[in-house]
Ligand binder design. Structure first.
Ligand SMILES: [Zn+2]
Length: 106
């Protein structure tokens, strides 16, 4: 239980750091004016990829924080849908999950 919380907190810090990098990237590339068109097209595609990665990181961060909040209230091992216990192997593989396998697959 304690170990899972530590893993989640580590994951949370990693995600925050990743989001910070993505944001820095977005700011850095916004001033590119004197490049030729090919470079600009490449940069726009790159920005789209970064924006998508940032979205994913934010979604994952929200999930990690939800799992942490549930741990804090003592229901971290229980599925948020059916209330049943989440299998320890599943929590081991996906520390941020808040659903048992049956509910997640539904
Ligand atoms: Zn369930």
């Amino acid at each position: 239980m304690q170990e899972r919380k530590t893993r989640l907190e580590t994951l949370r810090l990693e995600l925050l750091e990743r989001i910070r990098h993505y944001e820095a990237h977005q700011h850095r590339t916004s001033g590119a004016l004197d490049k030729d068109l090919d470079d600009q097209a490449l940069e726009v595609r790159n920005d789209e990829v970064i924006a998508r990665l940032e979205d994913e990181a934010r979604t994952e961060l929200a999930q990690v924080e939800r799992a942490l909040a549930r741990l804090d209230t003592g229901v971290g091992d229980h599925c948020e849908i059916c209330g049943g216990l989440i299998a320890p192997e599943r929590l081991e593989a996906l520390p941020y999950t808040t659903r048992c396998k049956a509910c997640a697959d539904r």
